[in-house]
Design a protein around this ligand. Structure first.
Ligand code: SF4
Length: 276
């Protein structure tokens, strides 16, 4: 990654054209980080963790989309994982990871997530009507967007959203925050198919743990209001070119730390990162 953010004109910030659940979460976590990633569009380098997530998601996407229900096996998942890793090799993702452990070790780590998935459910049971599907809706002058991992349809026609996680589950008491993105997906799904999902499901693959919350129109409407309020806050931040850093434990995992002024007064921030 280029360790120096690009130059930009003083106090003129164009709002991002779109907002995803992950960029919304970044703004909540640290507005300065949001500025670097969503507005300056400085790409964060892949890590072993993000690459593993990509490979496992792709493997499960192919398992559901390429193999008929009733014929999906663990061997298919491994075959698709190898294909996903080949795609990541080809696009240069692995060569950009500083501490990449080697392909064999990487695949072995990713296989543990697939083992976890198969311990949670038989992929031949769910009727998946959508996999890895990008959905959008208007949000102010911009667009709300999200990629839903999977939507299942029950025999009674009700829908459930599934989101795969390859990281650690949240600590007890912090589960609800993990569902914020899911509520946004529910909003997008309702717009797309005209039906509100009845359940939101997070699959923590490594641990074989499923977290589930019920969903209804009230939940989706609250999500819409929250997203609109967040968009309004982001628009105001752009008008004022004000994106405060919020230093905390997550700074240790932030790719922008080398040039982030951390707790410096906000007036100094633009001076420090702007090239003249
Ligand atoms: S290093 Fe910390 S304060 Fe700076 S942008 Fe990253 S998360 Fe925010």
């Amino acid at each position: 990654m280029n360790a120096t953010p690009p130059a930009y004109a003083a106090h003129v910030v164009t709002p991002p054209v779109s907002l995803s659940p992950s960029s919304a979460s970044t703004f909540d976590q640290c507005p300065r980080r949001f500025r670097y990633s969503a507005i300056d569009q400085i790409a964060e380098p892949a890590t072993n963790a993000t690459a593993k997530g990509t490979a496992v998601h792709r493997s499960l996407e192919l398992l559901f989309s390429m193999i008929d229900r009733g014929q999906r096996t663990r061997e298919h998942a491994s075959k698709f994982l190898a294909e996903a890793c080949e795609e990541l090799s080809q696009d240069g993702t692995f060569s950009g990871i500083a501490d990449f452990p080697g392909l064999e070790k990487f695949i072995s780590l990713a296989e543990t997530s697939l083992d976890g998935y198969f311990s949670m459910e038989d992929p031949n049971v769910p009727v998946a009507i959508l996999t890895e599907t990008k959905l959008t809706r208007l949000l102010g002058q911009g667009e709300l967007r999200g990629i839903i991992d999977r939507v299942d349809e029950a025999p009674d026609g009700s829908l459930s959203i599934i989101d795969y996680k390859t990281g650690k589950p949240p600590r007890a008491g912090y589960e609800d925050k993990e569902f914020r993105a899911m509520r946004t997906y529910a909003l997008l799904l309702r717009e797309h198919v005209g039906k509100t999902p009845v359940s939101l499901n997070l699959y923590y693959l490594r641990d074989g743990l499923r977290l589930t919350q019920p969903c209804d129109d009230r939940v989706v409407t609250a999500s819409l209001r929250r997203t609109q309020a967040l968009w309004s806050t982001i628009t105001t931040s752009c008008e004022q070119d004000r994106f405060q850093p919020k230093p905390g434990p997550l700074c240790g995992w932030c790719a922008f730390q080398p040039f982030c002024p951390g707790d410096a007064p906000v007036e100094l921030l633009n001076t420090r990162i702007r090239r003249t």
